[in-house]
Design a protein around this ligand. Structure first.
Ligand code: SF4
Length: 355
């Protein structure tokens, strides 16, 4: 393998813990990504719309289709807080956690109930270590040894309750610190495509190389199909190649748009965008009955946005689901346990985003 730049590592901070537990070498891409920007806008809107103490004055730009999700989260916060005060101001929601250099930040704090809430957009996944860190800091602040967390998955409209004793949260964070201080070999996981190390990650390079080696010997493909272990490894490699391919295409396209060659044997082609009509304009010459006749369904998001516009609650009995489909996803890879596999690369830490 060719010599590459050293890998970066995420700082040891609450919001990185769950990703670092999957791979010691995870590092966030600088500037975040689209999903992170959407999460920040939802977070600010939630703070601003929570009619709690004190009102946030921070500006935010929330897409119309995300408004129902924020309204749901505000409603859940009120319901879970009950008579108690839910504090959402950023400054008051900062949490100092023992052994962390910088404070973290929860989305809503209900101190009277020894509880905090954290709003999550996007896919559901584990946030246990992040929440254990916040719980630990808050238990220290309020001199208690038991804490409750509610995660509000606003896209799924689901809540998840986590509880921690002081000892449990402390144990989880101490273990996370030990693992951070003794990094293992990079381990493939669901966060790889967001990792700043992807292109120079030795594990991803090995995987891509092994898939290419098998493809070249395509005549021996049957043994790969017949062996679940080989097939799994082959698919891991293909996944790595797909990600490299996307990045290579993006790079070539950017070069070509600048007037350079980009990639030999490739060229840019224009694809026209989909045609559409503006509903408000159509209503000037068609009846609503005619439109309803041709538009048979609305997406759930559009339905909820329409309800929010009309100031009415969405009716769950009207929301239906299509049959779905079966597809493959990569499960968590087995972590190496041998300390000898610890990577000898030099490290440098990346700049933390706010927690
Ligand atoms: S790309 Fe490599 S370093 Fe980054 S999370 Fe995946 S395995 Fe770890």
């Amino acid at each position: 393998m060719t010599e590459t730049a050293p890998l970066k590592r995420a700082d040891f901070r609450p919001s990185s813990l769950d990703k670092l537990s999957e791979c010691s070498w995870f590092a966030s891409t600088s500037g975040g990504n689209e999903a992170a920007a959407r999460g920040d806008a939802i977070d600010l809107a939630f703070r601003s719309h929570s009619l709690t103490y004190p009102r946030s004055a921070e500006p935010f730009c929330l897409a119309d289709e995300d408004k129902p999700a924020v309204e749901w989260a505000v409603e859940q916060t009120r319901r879970l807080a009950g008579e108690a005060i839910a504090v959402t101001a950023k400054q008051l929601c900062k949490v100092d956690v023992p052994n962390f250099e910088k404070p973290g930040e929860v989305d809503a704090l209900v101190a009277d109930k020894y509880m905090h809430l954290d709003l999550k957009s996007g896919q559901k996944r584990s946030y246990r270590l992040q929440q254990a860190a916040y719980a630990l800091g808050l238990m220290d602040r309020y001199f208690t040894d038991y804490w409750t967390v509610f995660l509000l998955y606003c896209d799924q409209r689901e809540t998840q309750r986590l509880t921690f004793t002081y000892e449990e949260a402390k144990g989880l964070i101490e273990q996370a610190r030990v693992e951070y201080d003794h990094p293992q070999k990079p381990t493939v996981n669901e966060f790889c495509s967001w990792c700043a190390n992807f292109e120079r990650c030795p594990t991803q390079r090995e995987l891509a190389g092994s898939a290419l080696a098998v493809s070249e010997a395509a005549i021996d493909f049957d043994p790969v199909l017949a062996d679940p272990q080989k097939l799994g490894r082959f698919l891991d490699g293909c996944k790595a190649i797909e990600e490299f391919q996307e990045r290579a295409k993006k790079h070539a396209k950017a070069e070509m748009l600048e007037g350079r060659i980009g990639a030999e044997g490739w060229k840019l082609v224009n694809k026209k965008g989909a045609k559409f009509v503006d509903v408000q304009e159509v209503l000037t010459h068609l009846s609503t009955a005619a439109i309803a006749q041709s538009v048979k369904t609305l997406s759930r998001d559009k339905y909820e946005a329409a309800c929010a516009f009309d100031g009415t609650e969405p009716r769950p009995d009207l929301i239906k689901q299509t049959g779905g489909s079966v597809y493959l996803i990569q499960t968590k890879a087995k972590k190496p346990t041998n300390n000898e596999q610890a990577l000898g690369a030099r490290t440098k830490t990346d700049q933390p985003a706010s927690d």
